[in-house]
Design a protein around this ligand. Structure first.
Ligand code: ADP
Ligand code: MG
Length: 392
């Protein structure tokens, strides 16, 4: 039996059954299509996707599953089982009314996708269920967007180029929930492959699958279970500061920047925060490339060292960590068998990711449980497949 602090994936079949049962009970008929999309954890490369850098995420075995059917009306009726209970929202199809962001907030993630879908969306009913923690830095937002889009593809019989889709979802998240996210989340949630991390070049949008083969090692996600409200205002500010640094250097993004150029900005007495953000980005892009290479050759000691360095600059230069994440990383660092640990995702709460020997996992968990000031949840990040249509 897992400890109560372990999050265990319900699995695709159980989620599909649950969603279908709720659909039948709500809409008094069966769904005709279904889709699933995972969450993700980024191994390294945070706050660099919007700077056209490299990122290295894996998809999780934790999923959003959505089932649906056309309803011969001009309305979209959506039920979602959120942490806070069952919620419902109704909005018009794009051809019958103007779709705008609004209340309830969760429905914006669905509406944004419907509004940006390239085909003609007819009225539909849908039920969304998920076993992904929400707001934990594991991209439940991209997961629900991509699952919804994949359902719409099944309902309309269309298929879109995966890279185009990721760009479209990114646009949906910018316009509807109003989060100026980079491309990483939607991209990996679509393109991920079982037993691989996905190395993404966020400038060319090319990707490379990096095999994760070492069976003696676990990627352990520790959800701090805190989410500081800062995320909403601080994330766009970081993005703007990075853009400012790129402009000062005369580049379209910080991808082209170097340590020397950042030092020049410092010497010229440019805004201290802008220089710090740029330094993190330049270092993190280099680290992410190095980390993918080290993973390929199984040099986990080096991967771990890069994890710690990444956490340091996210904390001190990007300034997106928080005491809870710092404490989780500090505890992990003292446990034998841990290669490395770092905060992951946007920051200000959410999760830490730890690369740890199988044999040391229980020791790590018990140390976290006895020393961490908050209430942690553990989740094993078995690298999993990306979004897919499901047979129903
Ligand atoms: P993260 O993506 O790290 O989980 P975000 O704050 O970006 O955190 O997104 C979380 C929000 O996404 C939730 O508060 C909710 O509004 C929306 N969301 C996530 N999962 C679902 C779902 N299954 N159904 C409806 N909305 C969801
Ligand atoms: Mg998100």
């Amino acid at each position: 039996m897992p400890a109560p602090t372990d999050a265990v994936s319900a699995g695709e079949a159980a989620l599909l059954r649950k969603a279908s049962d709720i659909f039948v009970a709500t809409f008094k008929r069966s769904p005709t299509a279904a889709a699933a999309a995972p969450g993700r954890v980024n191994l390294i490369g945070d706050h660099v996707d919007y700077c056209e850098g490299f990122v290295l995420p894996v998809a999780l075995p934790f999923l959003t599953v959505v089932v649906g059917a056309n309803n011969d009306t001009s309305s979209c009726r959506v039920v979602s089982m959120l942490d806070s209970g069952r919620k419902e929202a109704t909005f018009p199809t794009p051809s019958s009314g103007q779709l705008k962001p609004g209340e309830p907030a969760w429905a914006n993630y669905v509406k944004g996708v419907v509004a940006n879908f390239p085909g003609a969306v007819k009225g539909f009913d849908a039920v969304i269920v998920s076993d992904l923690p929400m707001g934990a830095g594991l991209s439940s937002s991209a997961s629900v967007e991509v699952a919804t889009y994949t359902l719409l593809e099944a309902l309309t019989g269309t298929n879109t180029d995966p890279v185009k889709k990721a760009q479209l979802w990114q646009k949906a998240e910018h316009e509807f929930p109003g989060m100026p996210c980079g491309i990483m989340d939607q991209y990996v949630v679509t393109m991920a492959k079982k037993d691989h991390a996905l190395f993404i070049d966020c400038r060319s949008l090319e990707n490379t699958q990096v095999p994760i083969t070492n069976g003696d090692t676990v990627i352990l996600v520790i959800n701090s279970n805190v989410k500081h409200q800062l995320t909403g205002s601080e994330y766009p500010q970081r993005r703007a500061q990075c853009q400012k640094a790129a402009e000062l250097l005369g580049f379209p993004s910080l991808r082209n920047a170097t340590r020397e150029l950042v030092e020049d900005l410092r010497r010229k007495k440019c805004d201290v925060d802008v220089v710090k953000r740029a330094q993190h980005v330049v270092e993190e892009i280099r680290r992410t490339e190095e980390c993918a290479k080290s993973l390929r050759v199984g040099d986990l000691e080096h991967v771990g060292k890069l994890f710690y360095e990444s956490h340091e600059t996210l904390r001190n230069l990007m300034e997106v960590s928080c005491p809870e994440l710092d404490q989780l990383v500090a505890i992990a660092k003292t446990v034998q068998g841990v290669y490395g640990a770092r905060m992951t995702g946007g920051g200000f709460g959410g999760s830490a990711v730890v690369l740890v020997k199988n044999a040391a996992v229980e020791q790590l968990k018990s140390r976290i449980l006895s020393e961490y000031k908050g209430k942690p949840t553990f989740l094993v990040a078995v690298p999993s497949d990306g979004a897919r249509k499901l047979n129903i």
